[in-house]
Design a protein around this ligand. Structure first.
Ligand SMILES: Cc1cc2nc3c(=O)[nH]c(=O)nc-3n(C[C@H](O)[C@H](O)[C@H](O)COP(=O)(O)OP(=O)(O)OC[C@H]3O[C@@H](n4cnc5c(N)ncnc54)[C@H](O)[C@@H]3O)c2cc1C
Length: 411
């Protein structure tokens, strides 16, 4: 058995961000990861401005480096398609110059991005990484938490265990009782294609809101070298209620959607079709207790409307590191010390998660969705409001208020 102060379970964006922020403040940690890097993670591969913001906080060079990496494609905005294929093109930033400005978002395979963070962590003397180790048993004891593999061949005891092991986290369930119900969960499907027609030249990601999937969507995200990340997501309760088979629904879109199918003529599938869960931050949950703290997907922090989770995972990693530092200084890993992590998370993300939940509910109505898309196509002010929604919580508040739609109805 090994004994450490801090054991981080999972080397995804949440876990690695925690380790890197701790190291920045001179604190050692041990990251235990079940895979061997580089490893894939089923994802849409779209990184928002939030990710760049955390990278900048971590190290100014990291952000600059990522934006120069050959594996990423700059992304300047999003195209929404209503159920009638009505398109609304929304830049992430108003009046940008793609030649001279820095793009707010980027698209990169998780294989590459996660490996970039992994290499940064590996090169850091304060971070110990143990790969190929699947921790499955977790038990509190007088010293903290004892975690081990199924056959007990590896055991680690730590004063604090950081649950950064993503969706379906056994650690979160066993040590904190965290459960994600079907109405707070989505199922996502992802694959990669080559030679999809009409990919956006400025890396605009495409969200197609199709009736069968609402409030989820079908997506096409352009990538480097003519590749595209293509997928679909649907809320688990609605999938069950409407007896939808996501793989079949996805194939049907590719084969017979009047517009989308034309763009896939001659396109080449370059990966298997894979499915994975998205635990949504649709409700407030308990994220810490004695000797335990949860992050990212293990804490169910994915944006319920957009499905974005990488940025929130990294923010939770950053905030967790702040709290762990205090615990170490005071040698107190009790719930009373860790509770301020929950408070910080909900202060930083609570309002936007709540508003996204409301927007998710509104987008279940195709007529309302199409109405907003059609109005915004003609209304510059509304376009600007939607554009700012990616950066400003107050703007989301506007968009989630039914009175706002009444007002634009008469505009
Ligand atoms: C289909 C799909 C599309 C998505 N698209 C986007 C998108 O475009 N943009 C976006 O921002 N978000 C997207 N998300 C969400 C995003 O992928 C997650 O929010 C993000 O990966 C969360 O990071 P994390 O570090 O919490 O968890 P993860 O990235 O899942 O990392 C967890 C790590 O823990 C390891 N692990 C798991 N169990 C154990 C164990 N028992 N012992 C040791 N190690 C373990 C795993 O191998 C993994 O490396 C998507 C999700 C899905 C499913």
């Amino acid at each position: 058995m090994i004994q450490r102060d801090v054991c981080i379970v999972g080397a995804g964006p949440a876990g690695l961000t925690t380790a890197l922020f701790l190291a920045k403040n001179g604190i050692k940690s041990t990251v235990v990861e079940k895979a061997t890097f580089p490893r894939d993670k089923i994802c849409g591969d779209a990184f928002s401005g939030k990710v760049s913001w955390v990278l900048r906080k971590l190290d100014l060079d990291f952000e600059a480096e990522i934006h120069k990496e050959k594996f990423q494609l700059a992304s300047w905005g999003v195209k929404f398609f209503g159920t009638k294929n009505n398109e609304l093109k929304v830049p992430f930033k108003l009046n940008y110059d793609a030649q001279t400005d820095k793009a707010p978002g980027f698209i990169a395979s998780r294989l590459d991005f996660d490996n970039y963070l992994f290499e940064k962590a590996k090169a850091n003397d304060l971070i110990e990484i143990i790969e190929n180790t699947n921790l499955t048993n977790f038990a509190r004891n007088k010293n903290g938490v004892l975690a081990s593999t199924k056959d007990n061949s590896f055991q680690i005891e730590s004063k604090i265990i950081v649950g950064a092991n993503g969706a379906y986290s056994k650690l979160a369930k066993e040590l904190l009782g965290l459960e994600v119900k079907d109405d707070s969960n989505s199922l996502g499907l992802r694959t990669y294609y080559k030679n999809v027609k009409n990919l956006d030249q400025e890396g605009y990601i495409e969200l197609h809101f199709l009736e069968d999937l609402l409030p989820g969507y079908f997506w096409i995200f352009p990538m480097k070298n003519g590749m595209a990340n293509v997928g679909a997501g649907i809320r688990t309760d609605l999938m069950r209620k409407n007896k939808i088979n996501l793989k079949k629904a996805f194939q049907k879109i590719l084969d017979s959607h009047p517009e989308i199918s034309k763009r896939f003529e001659g396109a080449e599938l370059v990966d298997d079709i894979k499915l994975f869960g998205l635990p949504l931050g649709s409700q407030k949950r308990k994220l810490s207790s004695d000797n335990v703290i949860l992050l990212g997907d293990a804490a169910a922090l994915i944006d319920p409307f957009t499905g974005e989770g990488i940025g929130n995972a990294m923010i939770s990693g950053m905030l967790a590191a702040e709290n762990i530092e205090i615990c170490i200084k005071e040698n107190d890993f009790s719930e009373s010390k860790l509770i301020s992590y929950d408070e910080k998370i909900y202060k930083r993300l609570g309002k936007e998660l709540q508003l996204s939940k409301q927007m998710q509910e509104l987008s279940r109505f195709p007529w309302l969705f199409n109405f907003v898309v059609n109005k915004a196509r003609k209304n510059k002010e509304l376009q600007e409001v939607i554009s700012c929604m990616f950066e400003s919580v107050d703007v989301r508040k506007k968009l989630s208020n039914p009175m706002f739609y009444l007002r634009i109805l008469f505009s």
